[in-house]
Design a binder for this molecule. Structure first.
Ligand code: NAD
Ligand code: UDP
Length: 309
C-alpha cells in the first residue's frame, strides 16, 4: 500500500510512520517541521520504503497514494497559539488539499481530529453525538474551530464527492517523541521533575484530562483507517482513565523520585475543566481499547525524556 502521512515527523506521526514502514507499506512522510523534527524520523530514513518530503499542507501536493493520514497541525496550546492564523489555515486548507487529493486519486483519507471539538464540555463523559461547547473567538478557537471546520469539510466531501473518509477524535496522548519544550502538561511535568524545577500547576489543578499512551492510540488509528467501508466515524480514541492535574503531578513526582515542589500559575483562558472519552463506539467497530495504564506509560515516557537531557 502507498500511504501518505501528513505531520509524519511529529510526535504521533513518527510512531505511525514507524508502524506502517515496519508493515512493509510504502510511506511518504510530509511535514514542514514546524513542531516535528528530523530526529523523530531519523531511524526510518534507512528504510527503502520510507520517504520524507518537506512541504506545507496549506499548499497543494500531488502523489499517487492509496491512503492518507492527515495529522499536520501543531497540537500543543503554546504552539498553535504562536501563529493562530496559520493554525486555522493548516487545519482548513490542509483538509481541503488532502480531501482534494483523495478525491483525485480515489484514496481513503483519515482526519486526526480532537477532543477539543467538545470545547469545555457540559456533558461528561463525552460521546461522539455531543456537539460541544466551544468559544468561537477565544485564544483556543484557532485550533478548536479549525478542527471543527476540518470535520465539516470531511463530511461535505464525503456527501458531495463520495470521498472515502475516516474521522477520529483523539484525546490527550503522550509518550516518547513528544517535543520536551512544547508546553503540554505531560512533557512539562516530566521535564520539570527531572530538572528539579518547580512543577507548574495551572489554576487549582482540579481540571481533569484522560491520557492515552501513544502505542494504544496508533493502534486505534490504524484500525480505524482499515475499518469496514461506510464507517466514517467520528470515533473517540482515548483512554477513559480520568485524572486531575494534581494527581498527574503527584504520579510524576513519585515515578521520578523528584524533589520538585508544586507551584500554581494562572489558568489559561478557556481551559476545559473536564475531559473523558466514551469509547463504546471504538470498542464495537474497531474492537479497540487502550491497554497501557497511565503509570506504565509514564515510566516509558520518563525514560525517553531522560535520554533527551
Ligand atoms: P505534533 O505537533 O508533534 O505534530 C504535528 C506535526 O505536524 C509536526 O510534525 C508539525 O511539524 C507538522 N505540521 C504542522 N503544521 C504543518 C503544516 N502547515 N504543513 C505540514 N506539516 C505541518 O503534534 P501531535 O501530538 O503529534 O499531533 C498530531 C495530530 O494529532 C495533530 O493534528 C493534532 O491536532 C492531533 N491530536 C493530537 C492530540 C495529542 O494529545 N497529542 C490530541 C488530539 C488531536
Ligand atoms: N497544564 C498545567 N501545567 C502545565 C501545562 C498544562 O497545569 O505546565 C494544564 C492545562 O492548564 C490543562 C491540562 O494541563 O488543564 C492539559 O494541558 P495540555 O496543554 O497538555 O492539553 P489541553 O489543554 O489541550 O488538553
Amino acid at each position: 500500500m502507498r500511504i501518505l502521512v501528513t505531520g509524519g515527523a511529529g510526535f504521533i506521526g513518527s510512531h505511525l510512520c514507524k508502524k506502517l514502514v515496519e508493515n512493509g507499506d510504502d510511506v511518504i512522510c510530509l511535514d514542514n517541521l514546524f513542531t516535528g523534527s528530523k530526529q523523530n524520523i531519523d531511524p526510518l530514513l534507512d528504510y527503502h520504503n520510507f520517504e520524507f518530503v518537506r512541504h506545507d499542507v496549506t499548499k497543494e501536493y500531488l502523489a499517487e497514494v492509496d491512503q492518507i493520514y492527515n495529522l499536520a497541525c501543531p497540537a500543543s496550546p503554546p504552539h498553535y497559539q504562536y501563529n493562530p492564523v496559520k493554525t486555522m489555515k493548516t487545519s482548513v486548507m490542509g483538509a481541503i488539499n488532502m480531501l482534494g487529493l483523495a478525491k483525485r486519486v480515489k484514496a481513503r483519507v483519515l482526519q486526526a481530529s480532537t477532543s477539543e471539538v467538545y470545547g469545555n464540555p457540559l456533558v461528561h463523559p463525552q460521546k461522539e453525538d455531543y456537539w460541544g461547547n466551544v468559544n468561537p473567538i477565544g485564544i483556543r478557537s484557532c485550533y478548536d474551530e479549525g478542527k471543527r471546520a476540518a470535520e465539516t469539510l470531511f463530511f461535505d466531501y464525503h456527501r458531495q464527492n463520495h470521498v472515502d473518509i475516516k474521522v477520529i477524535r483523539i484525546f490527550n496522548t503522550y509518550g516518547p517523541n513528544m517535543n520536551p519544550n512544547d508546553g503540554r502538561v505531560v512533557s512539562n511535568f516530566i521535564m520539570q521533575a527531572l530538572r528539579g524545577e518547580d512543577i507548574t500547576i495551572f489554576g487549582e489543578g482540579t481540571q481533569t484530562r484522560s491520557f492515552c499512551y501513544v502505542d494504544d492510540l496508533v493502534e486505534g488509528m490504524y484500525r480505524m483507517m482499515n475499518s469496514r467501508e461506510g464507517f466514517t466515524g467520528p470515533v473517540n480514541l482515548g483512554n477513559p482513565g480520568e485524572f486531575t492535574m494534581l494527581e498527574l503531578a503527584q504520579k510524576v513526582i513519585d515515578l521520578t523520585g523528584s524533589s520538585s515542589k508544586l507551584v500554581h500559575k494562572p489558568l489559561p483562558q478557556d481551559d476545559p475543566t473536564q475531559r473523558k472519552p466514551v469509547i463504546e463506539l471504538a470498542k464495537k467497530e474497531l474492537d479497540w481499547e487502550p491497554t497501557i495504564p497511565l503509570e506504565e506509560g509514564l515510566k516509558k515516557t520518563i525514560e525517553y525524556f531522560k535520554g533527551t537531557l
